[in-house]
Each structure stands twice: as structure tokens, then as C-alpha cells.
Design a protein around this ligand. Sequence first.
Ligand code: AMP
Ligand code: ZN
Length: 472
Amino acid sequence: MDIYFYNTLTRNKEIFKPIDEKEVRIYSCGPTVYKDATIGNMRTNIFQDVLRRVLRYNGYSLKHAMNITDVGHLVSDGDEGEDKILKSAKEEHKSPMEIAEYYTKLFFQDLEALNIETPEIVCKATDHIKDMLKYVEKLIENGYAYETSTAIYFDIAKLDQYPILSNVDLEEQKAGARVDIDPEKKNPYDFALWIKAPENHLMKWDSPWGPSYPGWHIECSAMGQKYLGDKFDIHTGGIDLIPTHHENEIAQSKGKCGKIPANYWMHGEYLLMNGGKMSKSLGNVYLIKDFIAKGYDPLVYRLFNYSCHYRNKLNFTWDGMEATSKSLERLKNGYQLHLNGKDKIEDKIVEEWEEKFHKAINDDLNMPAAMSIVWEVVRQEKKSPKLANLLARFDTVLGLKIEEPIAKQQEDIPQEILNLVEERKQARANKDWAKSDQLRDRIQRKGYEIKDSKEGTEIKKREYYIKENKMQ
Ligand code: AMP
Ligand code: ZN
């Protein structure tokens, strides 16, 4: 059956034709490991995991590479500000390596909790400094890069077309507020390939240009080419990567080998919080472990993602999570009922459902449409193991562990306590420490201990309170 993907490069839904008949090669821009991954970040990872699973459902094997950015991603996506890892290291009084290792570990824990497969190749930027250096040297040799007193820049004027992926009008933008900090740049949109390190910079490597470190975009070009070749099938990432990071990856690849590195560019839309942005200042940044603390199986969030197409904005609400939690339970119960059923179902009907599901997932990963078929099968009055098998096959794409009972929550924390914890989280986000302390006292008086750590907030029943209760 044909597969269709929306390709950001052509702005069209196109038939997918892989370079190799059997194996699909994919590159995904991975996390910058300087802070906890949010449930928003995880939306992008869920989309990428569904893509993997859909390709496998269609019989392809995969060679999927994902990078871990542990150097070079500056605070601004332009070439400005501090390195994100270094900034975080300073704030947390740790070494950059400790920061990167710590948040990498947490990132993979989140993937596991969401049943997201680890790509075949996971590659760390700091392990590929030599590959990146060679790439930059080749760009200079080909006449696409130049040196200034602070960096090696890519010269966008050398390209026949820039930008190519986004609709940005550079002239219009130039007239706007953007002010460049490096007057030696030939063009404000030239971007740094390699940055000369100031005296006290912690992460730096020897290079023909003295102690220095790579820019963010070069790592994906170098690692993508190393593991997947000059040309591979699909490049993925969040929608925010289109105008700068992916645009610049394409520029680099054209400068080095004259090719756009991937045939299909797929981008996931953002997760919104109650209709708006997720941000620390609004106190609405949630992590996967917040789901666990509130008693939700993280797979509920995975299912929640299927309520919306990956190219549309998805609005997160706790009411939505609650409703989806019940849906996941219904789905798993429905599977069990079919498994134990004795009714006869014609093979033809099963095949029809399978085909409808297959069509939906092949239509640019249309998960809302695929889920409507899943529910049709679950709700069938006739109960048959044939339908349980069909649901299990669907689950190779859904990744909801449909055959397993819903994960039991760690501890039942009453809703009243969870509400107080939430109120305290808001107070802390507003830096209202007095209110935060008052709320902690109230929580304690109600018999619950609350512990803040880097991993988040842990809530548990207070030991002595349990004893006191027993004595009554
Ligand atoms: P950040 O840590 O903010 O740089 O985000 C890392 C990547 O996660 C981004 O490049 C986005 O592609 C993705 N991402 C961040 N926030 C969201 C969100 N709210 N919804 C979906 N994806 C997101
Ligand atoms: Zn990238």
C-alpha cells in the first residue's frame, strides 16, 4: 500500500519512495541535554516513534540516527548567547559533562516510560568533533565558508537558494529588529560553523583556528552524513527547527556535496498548555514524571497524542488526560474481552478493518483516523480472539502495550493533596516563597511529605502520620 507523507520541502503530501527498497534511513534532531525534557518535547519524540512504527508496519527495516547535543547549542538559535550546557553547568554548579550525562539519562528514561524505541544509532556531538572539523574544512575548501576574528561562518551568498525550507523573506526580516553582534559577518544570515573560544571557555578543542568549538548545525550535518550517507530518506524534528537549524543543515550539505541531505522533511507541531505556551514563567511546564506523581501511566499521554494529527497544534489539559486515562483502560479491557470471546468473525471483515487502519496510518500518520478504526474494533459486540489479534497488530504502531494491564500507580495520593501540590508549584513559579511554605505546611498537616529535588517534586504519606492513625 502506498505511503503518503507531507514534505516540508515541497509543501505537499507526496508518495513516499525510499532510496533503498528495504531499508529506510532517517535522521532526527535529538535533545540538547541541558534541562529536563518537557511533555512538549516528548510530543515530538512520540511523532517520530509513530513514524518508525508505521514504516515497519509497511515492511521496511530502519536505520534511524538521533543525535544528542552536548555542545554548541547557544541560548539563541542565531549565533548569540552562551552555550546552553555551559549555562546550565554554571547554574547547577556541575561540570558540563555531568550536566549532559545527567539529562541524557533522564531523557532515555522518559522515552522508555512512553514506550518510544531507541533509534538504531544514537550519536553524541562531543564524540564527533573530528568529523565536524573535517566537514568545516571541506566547506572552506569548496569556497562556502570564511574566517573572522571570532568564528568560521557559512557564506549563504554562495548558494543558489537560501532559504529553501521555510517561507521566510530575508529582506523583510533584515529590515526588522534583528541586530547582529558580529560586524565581520558578510551577511547577517551567515551562520557560525565553528566558534573561537574565549580564554576561560570550558568546552573547547584544538583546531586550525585555535581552541574552539562547533556550532550547533554542523553536528547534525556531520553525523547525518557519517551514519546515513550524503543522501538519506527522511529528516525529522519539531516545527521550530525549520527556519534556522534545518535550513542551515541543508545549506551545509549543499556546500559540501551539492545535495539536500534528505528527500522528505517531516516536522511535528507544538503542544500547547491550556491553549497557550508552555513556559517556566507561567508555571505550566510539565514533565513525564509529573504524570507518574499524579498517578497516570505515561502511556495515557501517548494515547492523548493520537487525538490530534502531528501537524496540528495539540492542546494539553488535565481534563483531557483524565478522559484519556479512562480511554486507555477501556482499550485494554476491550482487548481482554475479545481475547476471551467465543464469537465467530469472518476473515474478510477482519481484513477490511486492517486495510482501513493501514490506509489511515499511511495517510501521513493520520492517528485520529486510525484510532477511530481501533475503537470500532474494540466496540464490536461479537467478541473474538481474532479481533484481539488484530488489535495487537495495530498496537505495533500504537505502542500502548495493549496486552498488558494498565500500569498501577505508585501510591494513591488523594486529589485534594494533588491540588495543593499544584497550587504550590504555581506559587514557586511566581517566586511566592511564603505561599509555597504555607502550602507545604498544609500538605504536611494533612499527612503528606513533599520533597523537592532536581527530579521534581515527590509526594508520599508521612510515616508517623500512618502510625498516629493506627493508634486511633
Ligand atoms: P527545547 O528543549 O525547547 O530546545 O526543545 C527541544 C525540541 O523539542 C525542539 O526543537 C522542539 O522541536 C521540541 N519541542 C519543544 N517544545 C515543544 C512543544 N511544546 N511541543 C512540541 N515539541 C516541542
Ligand atoms: Zn539537528
